[in-house]
Design a binder for this molecule. Structure first.
Ligand SMILES: Nc1ncnc2c1ncn2[C@@H]1O[C@H](COP(=O)(O)OP(=O)(O)OP(=O)(O)O)[C@@H](O)[C@H]1O
Ligand SMILES: [Mg+2]
Length: 270
């Protein structure tokens, strides 16, 4: 049965979708069966994963009961488009509106090892649906002055989901994203998160680079586009697999990283 991880942040533009896209890619390279769920009407994850913009049905159709969940899986992703904004409104008037995604995913979870949900940049009904459907919440925080407040607000929503509908929800951790550790404000953001949340803060920060926008535009994973930067995500993936106790996949990741550095060594010698 798949472990379901909701990736969220209180603010927009913290690198959530890039994280879901890249981690999906890394976990799949390790042989894990990953279902990626785009729960943002912007549909960025669907774009990043190169889903046909006319793909039908989408998550909006599933949440409004117009389509069966299995029909909405296109190459391992349930895509979203602007129709999800309307679906959210429709959903708001329904009984059990917070449970809809959980119910939809329950029949699919047996087919996957991991389900990654990309949340929209708002702590509204869609994000609540993600938190009710999830076993784990992973926070993304941009390395800015208000990182701490953003994480605290997202944690309040996690608490709410836990207190009411999903007592088993675990906070997997927080990753400091789009960070330039040469700047004082990135270092201060890291230090304040460490001070408040201790080990919940993942040691590896995702470095800021224009290469991320370029790789998104070309629909190429950062792992292939700029392996030197992609190493950040490999380290984060390693830490997440440790926390998820997916030790075999973690071993395969270590072998992949060592294999890659051995190849790089051979190339350097040649
Ligand atoms: N490590 C990084 N360094 C620099 N830019 C990045 C990095 N990660 C993502 N970006 C860029 O920042 C922008 C926002 O990233 P992304 O879409 O992943 O954030 P998001 O949190 O999902 O945004 P939203 O809240 O709108 O859904 C994109 O242009 C993306 O290419
Ligand atoms: Mg996004």
């Amino acid at each position: 049965m798949a472990a379901t991880i909701a990736v969220l942040s209180q603010k927009g533009g913290t690198g959530k979708t890039t994280a879901v896209r890249t981690l999906t890619d890394v976990f799949r390279r390790l042989g894990l069966r990953v279902l990626a769920v785009d729960l943002d009407p912007q549909g960025n994850l669907s774009d990043y994963l190169d889903v046909d913009p006319d793909a039908f049905p989408t998550i909006g159709d599933v949440l409004t009961g117009r389509a069966k969940p299995a029909e909405a899986v296109h190459d391992g992703i349930i895509p979203a488009n602007l129709g999800l904004a309307e679906a959210e409104l429709v959903l708001g008037g329904k009984m059990g509106r917070e449970m809809t995604l959980k119910r939809a995913l329950s029949g699919l979870k047996g087919d996957y090892d991991l389900v990654l949900i990309d949340c929209p940049p708002a702590l509204g009904l869609l994000t609540v649906n993600a938190l009710v459907a999830a076993d784990y919440a992973l926070l993304s925080a941009e390395a800015q002055y208000f990182a701490l407040q953003g994480v605290e607000q997202a944690l309040e929503v996690i608490e709410l989901a836990r207190d009411s509908l999903n007592p088993g929800l675990e906070w997997l951790g927080v990753v400091l994203n789009i960070a330039d550790m040469r700047t004082r404000h990135s270092r201060e953001a890291f230090d304040s998160l460490r001070e408040h949340f201790g080990e919940k803060l993942i040691d590896t920060t995702i470095r800021a680079s224009i290469a991320y926008a370029e790789s998104a535009e070309r629909a190429v994973s950062i792992i292939d586009y700029r392996p030197d930067l992609g190493a950040d995500y490999l380290n984060v993936a390693d830490e997440l697999l440790r926390r998820l106790r997916l030790d075999q996949a973690r071993g395969r990741l270590a072998a992949m990283v060592n294999g890659a550095s051995a190849t790089a060594g051979v190339e350097a010698e040649a």
